[in-house]
Design a protein around this ligand. Sequence first.
Ligand code: ADP
Length: 266
Amino acid sequence: MSQPLIPPRGQHVDLRGYDPAFTGNLAKEQARQLLPALCERLNELQDTLYADRRFAVLVVLQGIDTAGKDGTIKNVFRDVGPLGCSVANFGVPTEEELAHDFLWRYHRETPARGKFVVFNRSHYEAVLVERVKSLVPEATWQARYDQINAFERLLVDEGVVVMKFFLHISREEQRERLQERIDNPKKHWKFRQGDLEERRNWDRYQQAFAEMLSRCNPAHAPWHIVPADHKWYRDLVVARALVDRIEALGLRYPGPFEHLAGIRVV
Ligand code: ADP
């Protein structure tokens, strides 16, 4: 049994064809053993990325409430030090942000060459929550797919590796995770009344996700549909995709620096 991680280009994505509980016949124990080496490798790659200075890495995480964006960040980037990696969280836009074009607040958080930045929610909210809750007119969000594609094209042309992950969970899994937030006192702080209201929009979100995955999936900045019902599989998929992609960049340390040969530090 297999299912594509990157949806085929030029076809409408039907999320019903992607099993959120998929684990590729991998056992939880196996995954637990594989993850640490990938996390360490990611840290090494970030070091080399910084020395090399040609590229930056932008990781985009999207998913419905409780899909596991925070957990993915904690687990996958646990070995990457704060020198080279930061997280940008995007909540309800401020008055100042609303006074600008919709991409403004995202563009200013994109990574400098040599750095990793993780977008915890992203510019895609402009075609997700803003569409689902009718925060902007349809003509506005319809135009945004092309605008987002142009924005990502610019980033890629300027050396930013854009890695987009859609954390795909089932409706039942969301129910269990929300219930856990209500039942477990240590998780009460995570629960907001609005979560239940948002859950009623489940189908509209799935439709908006499918459209985002279909219309903003160019080869240079593809989406990865990550089966995310099992957290251990989700983390492994994200870590492996990042390592594979960054390794393929052929990063190198600058040099040789001939003028250093023979110098003695006294
Ligand atoms: P999270 O749910 O990601 O852990 P928060 O609890 O801070 O983080 O929630 C962020 C909230 O901001 C979400 O309810 C999300 O729908 C909202 N949000 C994000 N981007 C936008 C946007 N562009 N317009 C309106 N609301 C947004």
